[in-house]
Design a protein around this ligand. Structure first.
Ligand code: SAM
Length: 371
């Protein structure tokens, strides 16, 4: 069944193609053979520049035709799907009237479009690249206000007033990328930003899930918690991150059916077809009105199966990192939820047995989803 996200993405990729080839004709939802060859090369170049040594991160790749092409046609749909997934995982819904949002490093607008499609209202989007902001305006049909903003400049001015949501997707790790004190600088930026939150407002960050950038985000998470801000998602504990203490990753996955354009490009550019993983962190300046429910756990691993067929995921919760496992079987009402669990999901478990490595589900267990 096609989800609302998949339906919306199909519409948006048509708009992206129209924006990219304004004076050319072609199929509305995919690239021609010749276009595919050209765009796949651009995607390979930008993907290489944003992974490994990340030579292009922090550079103005959206200011080049090659980078703009790759971003619009490949990275945009991925960021859009991740934005909607992160909003859901963090339990962020707009206040009545849609609320006021500040998005930084908005680029050509995948996050802005995701926020609008999730019902958020007055959007203020900043980026240092004015041309990318122009694309954002076109794609959102002028439903956002834009401003040029350089996040590394001490004089960077923000629109006045308070915001219900502050949002930055795939930009924080591009700021001060080569500075040895980058975590401290990013913390300073976050602290100054949180002063602009309305009462009850939250700040949501999305970052890549690669090992290095996930580790940097977890380091920032610990610095943010130590500085007195509250982590509202994905964490259950507020103290030092148990995953970071053991050198393991904590990230989430996007559940989507890639649109035809993405299918074409992942095949042609030899990019993994797995659901695009992402890291995220959601913060507030005040203690949240409702914390995680008792027994809440966050899944932080893939599903693993041992020789006897016992399935296991690694979770993080109030007691730190522990495994949650279930014997093979059919009957229990929680089986469907258990089978559908994947990295990043939240779950509440009652009536589990204590096992050597963590918790084991039994016939009498009650398992419910938590964000
Ligand atoms: C990877 S793109 C992310 C775009 C969009 N937020 C997304 O999630 O797809 C990084 C964005 O950060 C912007 N950026 C990089 N360094 C910046 C800086 N110092 N100040 C403002 N924007 C910056 C780039 O222009 C680009 O739009």
């Amino acid at each position: 069944m096609t989800s609302p996200l998949d339906t919306a993405l199909r519409g948006h990729t048509r708009a992206l193609l129209t924006l990219w080839r304004p004076n050319r004709k072609g199929p509305p939802d995919r690239l021609t053979h010749d276009e595919l060859r050209e765009v796949a090369q651009a995607v390979k170049r930008l993907s290489a520049g944003l992974s490994g040594e990340r030579n292009k991160a922090g550079r103005d790749y959206l200011g080049t035709e090659d980078g703009r092409t790759a971003y619009l046609l490949h990275f945009w749909p991925v960021s859009y799907a991740q934005t909607r997934a992160a909003l859901k995982l963090a339990g962020l819904t707009p206040p009545p009237g849609g609320g006021r949002v500040l998005e930084l490093g908005a680029g050509p607008g995948p996050g802005a479009m995701g926020l609008l499609d999730e019902g958020w209202g007055e959007l203020h989007c900043g980026d240092r690249n004015a041309e990318a902001l122009q694309s954002l305006q076109t794609l959102t049909r002028d439903r956002a206000q834009t401003f040029v903003w350089d996040g590394e400049s001490p004089d960077a001015a923000l629109p006045p007033g308070a915001f219900d949501l502050l949002f930055a997707s795939h930009v924080l790790s591009e700021l001060w990328k080569r500075a040895p004190d980058r975590v401290e600088r990013r913390l300073d930026l976050l602290q100054s930003l949180t002063r602009r939150l309305s009462p009850g407002g939250q700040l949501l960050l999305i970052e890549p899930a690669t090992h290095l950038l996930n580790a940097e985000l977890l380091a920032l998470r610990d610095a943010v918690a130590a500085a007195g801000l509250f982590i509202t998602a994905p964490c259950v504990p507020q103290g030092p991150c148990p995953a970071r203490a053991e050198g393991v990753a904590c990230h989430a996955a996007t559940r989507w059916t890639p649109p035809p354009l993405t299918e074409q490009l992942t095949r042609a550019a030899f990019i993994s077809k797995e659901a695009p993983a992402f890291s995220y962190l959601c913060l507030s300046a005040e203690a949240p009105a409702a914390g995680p429910p008792a027994g809440a756990l966050r899944v932080i691993s893939e599903r693993l199966t041992n020789k006897a067929g016992r399935e296991r995921v690694v979770t993080c919760g109030a007691e730190g990192k522990q495994s949650l496992s279930a014997p093979p079987g059919q009957g229990e009402t929680w089986r469907g939820l258990w089978r559908g669990l994947s990295r990043g999901d939240g779950v509440v478990v009652e009536g589990a047995e204590r096992r050597e490595t963590g918790l084991g589900l039994t016939a009498g267990s009650v398992v419910t989803g938590w964000r």
